[in-house]
Design a protein around this ligand. Sequence first.
Ligand SMILES: Cc1ncc(COP(=O)(O)O)c(C=O)c1O
Length: 391
Amino acid sequence: MRTVYLDHAATTPIAPEVREVVAQAMEECWGNPSSLHLFGRKARDLLDEARVTIAHALGCLDAEVLFTSGGTESDNMAIFGAARVAPPHRRHVVTTAIEHHAVLHACQRLQQEGWDVTYLPVDRYGMVDPDDVRRALREDTWLVSVMHANNEIGTLQPVREIAALCRERGVWFHCDAVQTFGLLDVKVDELGVDMLSVSAHKLYGPKGVGALYLRGGVKIAPLLVGGAQEREMRAGTENIPAIAGFAKAVELSQSRYASASRQVWQLRERLRVRLQEWIPDLQVNGHPQQCHPGILSVTFEGVSAESLLIALDRRGIAASAGAACSAGSIEPSHVLLALGMSEEQAMSTIRLSLGRGNTPEEIGFAAEVIAEEVNRLRSRSVKNLPVAGSE
Ligand SMILES: Cc1ncc(COP(=O)(O)O)c(C=O)c1O
Protein backbone atom coordinates (compact mmCIF):
# COMPACT_ATOMS: atom_id res chain seq x y z
CA MET A 1 0.00 0.00 0.00
CA ARG A 2 1.17 3.52 -0.79
CA THR A 3 1.96 5.47 2.40
CA VAL A 4 2.35 9.19 2.96
CA TYR A 5 3.86 10.45 6.19
CA LEU A 6 2.32 13.77 7.22
CA ASP A 7 3.23 13.79 10.91
CA HIS A 8 6.68 15.41 10.92
CA ALA A 9 5.75 17.65 13.86
CA ALA A 10 5.43 14.47 15.96
CA THR A 11 8.74 13.08 14.75
CA THR A 12 10.80 12.84 11.58
CA PRO A 13 12.34 9.76 9.93
CA ILE A 14 16.02 9.41 10.69
CA ALA A 15 18.24 10.67 7.83
CA PRO A 16 20.39 7.88 6.28
CA GLU A 17 23.57 9.92 6.90
CA VAL A 18 22.58 10.26 10.57
CA ARG A 19 21.97 6.51 10.86
CA GLU A 20 25.47 5.88 9.54
CA VAL A 21 27.07 8.28 12.02
CA VAL A 22 25.15 6.73 14.93
CA ALA A 23 26.17 3.20 13.90
CA GLN A 24 29.79 4.22 13.48
CA ALA A 25 29.87 5.95 16.87
CA MET A 26 28.38 2.86 18.50
CA GLU A 27 31.06 0.73 16.98
CA GLU A 28 34.07 2.99 17.34
CA CYS A 29 33.34 5.50 20.11
CA TRP A 30 31.82 3.41 22.89
CA GLY A 31 34.28 4.68 25.49
CA ASN A 32 33.18 6.84 28.40
CA PRO A 33 34.03 10.44 27.53
CA SER A 34 34.98 11.08 31.16
CA SER A 35 37.70 8.39 31.01
CA LEU A 36 41.22 9.69 30.52
CA HIS A 37 42.47 6.81 28.38
CA LEU A 38 42.47 6.43 24.62
CA PHE A 39 38.92 5.03 24.44
CA GLY A 40 37.54 7.82 26.58
CA ARG A 41 39.41 10.48 24.64
CA LYS A 42 37.98 9.23 21.36
CA ALA A 43 34.45 9.57 22.71
CA ARG A 44 35.31 12.97 24.24
CA ASP A 45 36.54 14.23 20.86
CA LEU A 46 33.27 13.25 19.20
CA LEU A 47 31.29 14.90 22.00
CA ASP A 48 33.31 18.11 21.71
CA GLU A 49 32.93 18.18 17.93
CA ALA A 50 29.17 17.69 18.20
CA ARG A 51 28.91 20.54 20.68
CA VAL A 52 30.82 22.85 18.32
CA THR A 53 28.50 21.93 15.40
CA ILE A 54 25.37 22.68 17.41
CA ALA A 55 26.83 25.86 18.90
CA HIS A 56 27.71 27.02 15.39
CA ALA A 57 24.14 26.43 14.21
CA LEU A 58 22.73 28.35 17.18
CA GLY A 59 25.33 31.11 16.89
CA CYS A 60 26.63 30.65 20.42
CA LEU A 61 29.72 29.41 22.27
CA ASP A 62 30.13 25.66 22.59
CA ALA A 63 30.26 26.06 26.37
CA GLU A 64 26.69 27.40 26.20
CA VAL A 65 25.27 24.13 24.78
CA LEU A 66 24.16 21.46 27.27
CA PHE A 67 23.12 18.06 25.95
CA THR A 68 19.90 16.62 27.35
CA SER A 69 17.55 13.73 26.62
CA GLY A 70 15.37 15.90 24.35
CA GLY A 71 12.96 18.79 24.22
CA THR A 72 11.03 17.81 27.34
CA GLU A 73 14.11 17.68 29.52
CA SER A 74 15.43 20.95 28.07
CA ASP A 75 12.12 22.70 28.81
CA ASN A 76 11.93 21.21 32.32
CA MET A 77 15.56 22.08 32.99
CA ALA A 78 15.08 25.71 31.93
CA ILE A 79 11.96 26.20 34.04
CA PHE A 80 12.80 24.22 37.17
CA GLY A 81 16.48 25.14 36.93
CA ALA A 82 15.67 28.85 36.80
CA ALA A 83 13.01 28.56 39.51
CA ARG A 84 15.39 26.85 41.93
CA VAL A 85 17.78 29.81 41.93
CA ALA A 86 15.11 32.54 42.17
CA PRO A 87 15.24 34.91 45.12
CA PRO A 88 12.21 34.44 47.41
CA HIS A 89 10.65 37.78 46.42
CA ARG A 90 10.59 36.91 42.69
CA ARG A 91 8.33 33.92 42.28
CA HIS A 92 6.30 34.91 39.23
CA VAL A 93 6.50 33.25 35.80
CA VAL A 94 4.87 34.40 32.56
CA THR A 95 4.07 31.91 29.81
CA THR A 96 1.33 31.36 27.22
CA ALA A 97 -1.79 29.25 27.15
CA ILE A 98 -0.54 27.37 24.07
CA GLU A 99 2.87 26.08 25.20
CA HIS A 100 3.77 22.42 24.90
CA HIS A 101 2.93 20.39 28.01
CA ALA A 102 6.66 20.13 28.77
CA VAL A 103 6.44 23.84 29.66
CA LEU A 104 2.83 24.03 30.87
CA HIS A 105 3.04 21.11 33.26
CA ALA A 106 6.34 22.40 34.64
CA CYS A 107 4.65 25.76 35.31
CA GLN A 108 1.71 24.01 36.96
CA ARG A 109 4.16 22.19 39.22
CA LEU A 110 5.65 25.55 40.20
CA GLN A 111 2.16 26.82 41.05
CA GLN A 112 1.73 23.85 43.38
CA GLU A 113 4.95 24.99 45.04
CA GLY A 114 3.51 28.46 45.64
CA TRP A 115 4.63 30.29 42.50
CA ASP A 116 2.35 32.66 40.65
CA VAL A 117 2.04 31.89 36.93
CA THR A 118 0.43 34.12 34.29
CA TYR A 119 -0.82 32.24 31.21
CA LEU A 120 -1.08 34.78 28.41
CA PRO A 121 -3.95 34.49 25.94
CA VAL A 122 -3.43 34.38 22.17
CA ASP A 123 -5.43 35.91 19.32
CA ARG A 124 -7.48 33.84 16.86
CA TYR A 125 -4.31 33.02 14.92
CA GLY A 126 -2.56 31.77 18.04
CA MET A 127 -0.29 34.80 18.34
CA VAL A 128 0.79 36.37 21.61
CA ASP A 129 0.68 40.17 21.81
CA PRO A 130 3.99 41.58 23.11
CA ASP A 131 1.93 44.31 24.82
CA ASP A 132 0.28 41.57 26.88
CA VAL A 133 3.75 40.41 27.89
CA ARG A 134 4.69 43.99 28.81
CA ARG A 135 1.56 44.31 30.96
CA ALA A 136 2.16 40.93 32.61
CA LEU A 137 5.73 41.74 33.69
CA ARG A 138 5.87 42.65 37.38
CA GLU A 139 8.48 43.53 39.97
CA ASP A 140 8.50 39.90 41.07
CA THR A 141 8.66 38.31 37.59
CA TRP A 142 11.63 35.96 37.36
CA LEU A 143 11.12 34.10 34.09
CA VAL A 144 9.19 34.31 30.82
CA SER A 145 8.78 31.26 28.58
CA VAL A 146 7.28 31.61 25.08
CA MET A 147 7.66 29.07 22.29
CA HIS A 148 9.03 29.85 18.83
CA ALA A 149 6.51 27.92 16.70
CA ASN A 150 3.47 26.19 18.08
CA ASN A 151 3.52 22.44 17.43
CA GLU A 152 -0.22 22.14 16.67
CA ILE A 153 -1.01 25.18 14.53
CA GLY A 154 2.46 26.35 13.48
CA THR A 155 2.06 30.02 14.46
CA LEU A 156 5.40 31.76 15.02
CA GLN A 157 5.55 34.03 18.06
CA PRO A 158 7.12 37.49 18.11
CA VAL A 159 10.01 36.10 20.11
CA ARG A 160 12.44 38.95 19.39
CA GLU A 161 10.09 41.62 20.73
CA ILE A 162 9.25 39.58 23.80
CA ALA A 163 12.92 38.81 24.48
CA ALA A 164 13.77 42.52 24.21
CA LEU A 165 11.07 43.40 26.74
CA CYS A 166 12.43 40.80 29.15
CA ARG A 167 15.97 42.05 28.67
CA GLU A 168 14.85 45.64 29.47
CA ARG A 169 13.20 44.47 32.66
CA GLY A 170 16.00 42.14 33.77
CA VAL A 171 13.82 39.02 33.42
CA TRP A 172 15.17 35.72 32.04
CA PHE A 173 13.64 34.57 28.80
CA HIS A 174 13.31 30.94 27.71
CA CYS A 175 12.13 29.86 24.28
CA ASP A 176 11.04 26.38 23.19
CA ALA A 177 12.35 26.15 19.62
CA VAL A 178 11.81 22.39 19.31
CA GLN A 179 9.65 22.75 16.18
CA THR A 180 11.81 25.29 14.35
CA PHE A 181 15.44 24.34 14.93
CA GLY A 182 16.68 22.74 11.73
CA LEU A 183 13.96 24.22 9.54
CA LEU A 184 14.32 27.94 10.24
CA ASP A 185 17.38 29.97 11.11
CA VAL A 186 17.39 29.90 14.90
CA LYS A 187 20.19 32.15 16.17
CA VAL A 188 20.14 32.83 19.89
CA ASP A 189 21.58 36.34 19.66
CA GLU A 190 19.18 37.43 16.95
CA LEU A 191 16.28 36.15 19.01
CA GLY A 192 17.77 37.57 22.21
CA VAL A 193 16.99 34.52 24.36
CA ASP A 194 18.70 33.47 27.59
CA MET A 195 17.68 29.83 27.25
CA LEU A 196 16.46 27.84 24.26
CA SER A 197 15.31 24.22 23.94
CA VAL A 198 15.92 22.01 20.90
CA SER A 199 15.39 18.33 20.11
CA ALA A 200 17.10 16.06 17.56
CA HIS A 201 14.16 13.90 16.50
CA LYS A 202 12.29 16.83 14.96
CA LEU A 203 15.12 17.40 12.48
CA TYR A 204 15.77 13.87 11.19
CA GLY A 205 18.02 12.97 14.12
CA PRO A 206 17.68 10.27 16.79
CA LYS A 207 15.09 10.31 19.56
CA GLY A 208 16.03 10.85 23.18
CA VAL A 209 18.61 13.58 22.60
CA GLY A 210 18.38 17.36 22.56
CA ALA A 211 20.06 20.41 23.99
CA LEU A 212 19.49 23.44 26.13
CA TYR A 213 21.22 26.65 25.16
CA LEU A 214 22.15 28.47 28.36
CA ARG A 215 23.55 31.95 27.86
CA GLY A 216 26.91 32.48 29.61
CA GLY A 217 26.30 34.16 32.95
CA VAL A 218 22.81 32.68 33.39
CA LYS A 219 23.24 30.34 36.33
CA ILE A 220 20.47 27.82 36.85
CA ALA A 221 20.31 24.72 39.06
CA PRO A 222 20.76 21.28 37.48
CA LEU A 223 17.81 18.88 37.29
CA LEU A 224 19.98 15.78 37.46
CA VAL A 225 22.79 15.51 39.96
CA GLY A 226 25.57 12.95 40.22
CA GLY A 227 28.63 13.14 37.99
CA ALA A 228 30.23 16.34 36.77
CA GLN A 229 29.21 15.94 33.11
CA GLU A 230 28.00 18.92 31.06
CA ARG A 231 29.82 21.42 33.27
CA GLU A 232 28.06 19.95 36.30
CA MET A 233 24.71 20.94 34.83
CA ARG A 234 23.48 17.52 33.74
CA ALA A 235 24.85 14.44 35.43
CA GLY A 236 25.02 11.11 33.61
CA THR A 237 27.29 9.47 31.05
CA GLU A 238 26.62 11.15 27.72
CA ASN A 239 24.83 9.24 24.94
CA ILE A 240 27.64 9.69 22.43
CA PRO A 241 26.08 7.93 19.39
CA ALA A 242 22.83 9.91 19.76
CA ILE A 243 24.71 13.16 20.28
CA ALA A 244 26.90 12.48 17.22
CA GLY A 245 23.74 11.71 15.23
CA PHE A 246 22.15 14.93 16.48
CA ALA A 247 25.17 16.92 15.29
CA LYS A 248 25.04 15.22 11.88
CA ALA A 249 21.32 16.02 11.59
CA VAL A 250 22.03 19.65 12.46
CA GLU A 251 24.86 19.82 9.94
CA LEU A 252 22.58 18.43 7.20
CA SER A 253 19.77 20.77 8.03
CA GLN A 254 22.12 23.75 8.11
CA SER A 255 23.26 23.06 4.58
CA ARG A 256 19.69 22.61 3.39
CA TYR A 257 17.39 24.59 5.60
CA ALA A 258 16.69 27.59 3.34
CA SER A 259 15.80 25.46 0.32
CA ALA A 260 14.15 22.74 2.44
CA SER A 261 11.84 25.14 4.21
CA ARG A 262 10.90 26.83 0.92
CA GLN A 263 10.14 23.45 -0.62
CA VAL A 264 8.14 22.31 2.42
CA TRP A 265 6.16 25.58 2.41
CA GLN A 266 5.32 25.17 -1.30
CA LEU A 267 4.01 21.66 -0.66
CA ARG A 268 2.02 22.85 2.34
CA GLU A 269 0.47 25.58 0.20
CA ARG A 270 -0.34 23.10 -2.55
CA LEU A 271 -2.08 20.88 0.00
CA ARG A 272 -3.98 23.81 1.55
CA VAL A 273 -5.17 25.13 -1.83
CA ARG A 274 -6.29 21.67 -3.02
CA LEU A 275 -8.16 20.99 0.20
CA GLN A 276 -9.84 24.40 0.10
CA GLU A 277 -10.90 23.77 -3.49
CA TRP A 278 -12.46 20.42 -2.71
CA ILE A 279 -13.78 21.18 0.77
CA PRO A 280 -14.97 24.80 0.55
CA ASP A 281 -16.04 25.12 4.20
CA LEU A 282 -12.68 23.93 5.46
CA GLN A 283 -11.16 26.12 8.17
CA VAL A 284 -7.40 26.66 8.19
CA ASN A 285 -5.97 27.42 11.63
CA GLY A 286 -2.90 29.35 12.67
CA HIS A 287 -1.37 32.50 11.26
CA PRO A 288 -1.52 32.72 7.45
CA GLN A 289 2.04 34.11 7.09
CA GLN A 290 3.85 34.00 10.43
CA CYS A 291 3.88 30.27 10.49
CA HIS A 292 6.01 27.13 10.53
CA PRO A 293 6.48 26.12 6.87
CA GLY A 294 5.38 22.52 7.34
CA ILE A 295 2.40 22.65 9.71
CA LEU A 296 -1.17 22.77 8.38
CA SER A 297 -3.96 22.60 10.93
CA VAL A 298 -7.41 22.19 9.42
CA THR A 299 -10.94 21.90 10.84
CA PHE A 300 -13.63 19.91 9.04
CA GLU A 301 -16.84 20.97 10.71
CA GLY A 302 -19.11 18.02 11.53
CA VAL A 303 -16.36 15.40 11.01
CA SER A 304 -14.82 13.57 13.95
CA ALA A 305 -11.03 13.98 13.76
CA GLU A 306 -10.65 10.53 15.33
CA SER A 307 -12.78 8.82 12.65
CA LEU A 308 -11.01 10.76 9.92
CA LEU A 309 -7.55 9.81 11.20
CA ILE A 310 -8.54 6.14 11.37
CA ALA A 311 -9.91 6.32 7.82
CA LEU A 312 -6.74 8.05 6.59
CA ASP A 313 -4.54 5.54 8.34
CA ARG A 314 -6.38 2.70 6.58
CA ARG A 315 -5.51 4.37 3.31
CA GLY A 316 -1.84 4.86 4.20
CA ILE A 317 -1.88 8.49 5.29
CA ALA A 318 -0.33 9.30 8.65
CA ALA A 319 -1.51 12.51 10.32
CA SER A 320 -2.50 13.45 13.83
CA ALA A 321 -5.20 15.18 15.80
CA GLY A 322 -5.09 18.40 17.69
CA ALA A 323 -6.00 16.37 20.71
CA ALA A 324 -4.21 14.51 23.45
CA CYS A 325 -5.24 11.05 24.39
CA SER A 326 -5.31 10.67 28.13
CA ALA A 327 -6.70 7.86 30.24
CA GLY A 328 -8.60 6.41 27.31
CA SER A 329 -10.56 9.56 26.53
CA ILE A 330 -9.65 12.12 23.92
CA GLU A 331 -9.56 15.65 25.29
CA PRO A 332 -9.86 18.67 23.02
CA SER A 333 -6.49 20.35 22.58
CA HIS A 334 -5.68 23.24 24.93
CA VAL A 335 -4.10 25.05 21.97
CA LEU A 336 -7.24 24.94 19.83
CA LEU A 337 -9.47 25.96 22.74
CA ALA A 338 -7.14 28.91 23.41
CA LEU A 339 -7.80 30.11 19.82
CA GLY A 340 -11.46 30.44 20.78
CA MET A 341 -12.64 27.21 19.11
CA SER A 342 -15.54 25.26 20.56
CA GLU A 343 -14.83 21.74 21.88
CA GLU A 344 -16.68 20.38 18.87
CA GLN A 345 -14.51 22.32 16.41
CA ALA A 346 -11.36 21.26 18.26
CA MET A 347 -12.45 17.62 18.01
CA SER A 348 -12.91 18.09 14.24
CA THR A 349 -9.37 19.35 13.68
CA ILE A 350 -6.39 17.47 12.31
CA ARG A 351 -2.76 18.45 11.90
CA LEU A 352 -0.96 17.65 8.67
CA SER A 353 2.76 18.26 9.07
CA LEU A 354 5.04 18.03 6.08
CA GLY A 355 8.74 17.35 5.81
CA ARG A 356 11.56 17.49 3.34
CA GLY A 357 10.94 13.91 2.16
CA ASN A 358 7.40 14.62 0.91
CA THR A 359 6.88 14.92 -2.84
CA PRO A 360 4.31 16.85 -4.91
CA GLU A 361 2.79 13.52 -6.02
CA GLU A 362 2.35 12.44 -2.40
CA ILE A 363 0.66 15.72 -1.58
CA GLY A 364 -1.71 15.43 -4.56
CA PHE A 365 -2.61 11.88 -3.51
CA ALA A 366 -3.07 12.88 0.16
CA ALA A 367 -5.32 15.82 -0.75
CA GLU A 368 -7.52 13.55 -2.86
CA VAL A 369 -7.83 10.91 -0.15
CA ILE A 370 -8.53 13.48 2.59
CA ALA A 371 -11.27 15.13 0.52
CA GLU A 372 -12.83 11.74 -0.28
CA GLU A 373 -12.78 10.60 3.34
CA VAL A 374 -14.17 13.91 4.66
CA ASN A 375 -17.04 13.72 2.17
CA ARG A 376 -17.68 10.06 2.96
CA LEU A 377 -17.78 10.71 6.72
CA ARG A 378 -20.04 13.71 6.21
CA SER A 379 -22.50 11.82 4.03
CA ARG A 380 -22.52 8.99 6.57
CA SER A 381 -23.36 11.39 9.40
CA VAL A 382 -26.15 12.92 7.28
CA LYS A 383 -27.58 9.42 6.66
CA ASN A 384 -27.53 8.81 10.41
CA LEU A 385 -29.59 11.91 11.17
CA PRO A 386 -33.05 11.01 12.48
CA VAL A 387 -35.70 11.46 9.79
CA ALA A 388 -38.20 14.18 10.70
CA GLY A 389 -41.28 12.71 12.34
CA SER A 390 -39.67 9.31 12.97
CA GLU A 391 -39.49 9.80 16.76
C1 LIG B 1 7.07 22.45 20.98
C2 LIG B 1 7.58 21.20 21.60
N1 LIG B 1 8.25 21.25 22.76
C3 LIG B 1 8.73 20.15 23.35
C4 LIG B 1 8.55 18.91 22.81
C5 LIG B 1 9.12 17.71 23.49
O1 LIG B 1 10.26 17.25 22.81
P1 LIG B 1 10.81 15.76 23.02
O2 LIG B 1 9.86 14.85 22.31
O3 LIG B 1 12.17 15.78 22.40
O4 LIG B 1 10.87 15.52 24.48
C6 LIG B 1 7.84 18.78 21.60
C7 LIG B 1 7.58 17.47 21.01
O5 LIG B 1 6.57 17.21 20.42
C8 LIG B 1 7.34 19.96 20.97
O6 LIG B 1 6.67 19.91 19.83
